[in-house]
Ligand binder design. Structure first.
Ligand code: NDP
Length: 483
């Protein structure tokens, strides 16, 4: 299978190259070997992307919603038909096991295109009666939107941002993370084959400077970033200086609270899904696992047993359930946290080391007896490191769970459903789970509170973040004026 992209960028309906841009090697995380190369966008490429997006958007906004939706739905079907090929590509971009990518990545991108394609024909305003006079509202697109992605879900992020933007009549320029440049190009290619007019969805490569140049361009009306909190602060500030719309999907240090009365195997399963899927590189992970004292030892024992079933290996082997870190740099960051956990006195239950093989593999790692002040309990690690903290009362668990600047996700496992709802309503988080963890269907709003972000992706909520409302007052009688 051809891995090297046809060209670095997809602009104005076609692949374009400019080798004078900053070279970016594409590294397969499972081997550490270079498998391709792209070049960061030059000012000329950015100008072409912005100009084509601006002119294409004006035409796209005039296409009836149902027709826009039909194109998105066609692209969704094509993605599903090519799921195997796209999943193999995603595995090479990220190192995630094929077992995961075939189930989640391209498919969740297709879900978004199908869902927002379905909504596109029903984006209406309202009629507000005022006696004889009336007001009507029009839901209008924003214009040119910029999407900037993280490296953990390159296909999904390209679609989660693109699908609602396009459904509402906007154009998009998407910049993938430099670590995973390949998948978004395929999304752009498929959209055009599905009938999307050229220039409506563009992909440009580059480092943070390319993202920053896009964010500050006055032709851009909205910026949607998936990334870390420090990057979010910079991008938000830059967008705010020109009063642009933003969606910020940022990091987290989410709590997962497990009460004594929880079903043990379900709670362990939730904690595994919320810590080790994608080798822990998931923003919404429940990395602070608060376990009530009565269940703690049984929880750790069962967790250790189930972690013994992990299959670490070649991500392309369908039996593999745990792959490498996305990059050497990320592996070293996570290793640093593993060392901090040990040096600050947490009890290492399992893992804690690099795996002796090619590529950027780390062991799935569990620390117990973690206290709130430890670095591993406070900072986002973005790797396979679970911290187990003990608690006694519900009130205490809620207080400690909320004692963080983050607020992306939260989960609770209990067989007392009243308590489940009560605890979730007290937790400061945007995307929550009861007796489950990390489900992200396109129908559900996704996003954080506090430092974890603003705005929501997915669901009908996303429409509000990719459109604006114009209200029109209509007077049916004469105008009264004071003089
Ligand atoms: P970064 O914040 O480092 O980068 C995110 C994106 O922003 C990259 O494409 C990056 O480009 C770009 N960027 C960096 N600096 C700027 C700038 N000044 N202006 C514009 N763009 C810029 O995040 P990572 O890629 O390391 O991803 C991991 C982070 O993403 C974690 O904190 C994680 O929690 C968060 N995340 C949040 C999710 C959510 O939905 N809430 C989902 C997934 C991840 P480049 O990489 O080329 O430098």
């Amino acid at each position: 299978m051809q891995l090297q992209p046809v060209a670095s960028h997809f602009v104005d309906g076609e692949y374009v190259e400019d080798e004078t841009g900053t070279p970016i090697d594409i590294i397969y995380p499972a081997t550490g070997k270079i498998i391709g190369r792209v070049y960061g966008a030059t000012p000329a490429i950015l100008e072409r992307a912005l100009a084509s997006a601006e002119s294409a958007q004006r035409q796209w906004a005039k296409v009836p919603g149902r027709e826009r939706g039909r194109i998105l739905a066609r692209a969704a079907r094509m993605i599903m038909e090519r799921n195997h090929e796209l999943s193999v590509l995603e595995t090479h971009d990220t190192g995630k096991p094929y077992q995961e990518t075939i189930a989640v990545d391209a498919t969740s991108g297709a879900d978004a295109l199908e869902y927002f394609g379905g909504l596109a024909g029903s984006l209406t305003g309202e009629h507000i009666s005022l006696g004889d006079d009336w007001v009507y509202t029009i839901r209008e697109p924003l214009g040119v939107c910029v999407g900037i992605g993280a490296w953990n879900y390159p296909t999904q992020i390209a679609c989660w941002k693109g699908a609602p933007a396009l459904a509402c009549g906007n154009a998009m320029i998407f910049k993938p993370s430099e670590t995973t440049p390949m998948c978004a190009l395929k999304v752009a290619e498929i959209l055009v084959v599905a009938g999307l007019p050229k220039g409506v969805y563009n992909v440009v490569q580059g480092l943070g400077d390319v993202g920053a140049a896009l964010v500050s361009d006055p032709r851009v009306a909205k910026v949607s970033l998936t990334g870390s909190v420090p990057t979010g602060r910079k991008v938000y500030a830059s967008a705010a200086s020109q009063m642009k719309h933003v969606t910020m999907e940022l990091g987290g240090k989410s709590p997962l609270i497990i009460f004594d009365d929880a079903d043990l195997d379900n709670a362990v399963g939730g904690a595994i899904n919320g810590n080790f899927y994608s080798s822990g590189q998931v923003c919404s992970n429940g990395t602070r696992v608060f376990v009530q004292k009565g269940l703690k030892e049984a929880f750790i024992k069962r967790l250790s047993e189930r972690l013994g079933n992990v299959v670490i290996g070649d991500p392309l082997d369908e039996a593999t359930s745990f792959g490498p870190m996305v990059s050497e740099a990320q592996m070293n960051i996570v290793l640093g946290y593993m060392e901090k956990g040990v040096s600050e006195g947490a009890r290492l239950v399992c893992g804690g080391k690099r795996i002796d093989r090619d590529g950027f593999y780390l062991e799935p790692t569990v620390f117990a007896d973690v206290t709130d002040d430890m670095t591993i309990a406070r900072e986002e690690i973005f790797g396979p490191v679970m911290s187990v903290l003990d608690f006694e009362t519900e009130e205490e668990a809620v207080l400690r769970a909320n004692a963080t600047e983050y607020g992306l996700s939260a989960g609770v496992f209990t067989s007392d459903l009243s308590r489940g709802h009560r605890v979730i309503s007290a937790l400061q988080a945007g995307s929550c789970f009861i007796n489950s963890y990390n489900d992200a269907p396109v129908e559900a709003p996704f996003g954080g509170v506090k430092a974890s972000g603003v705005g929501r992706e997915n669901s009908k909520e996303a429409i509000a973040h990719y459109s604006q409302v114009k209200s029109v007052y209509v007077r049916m009688g004469d105008v009264e004026a004071p003089f």
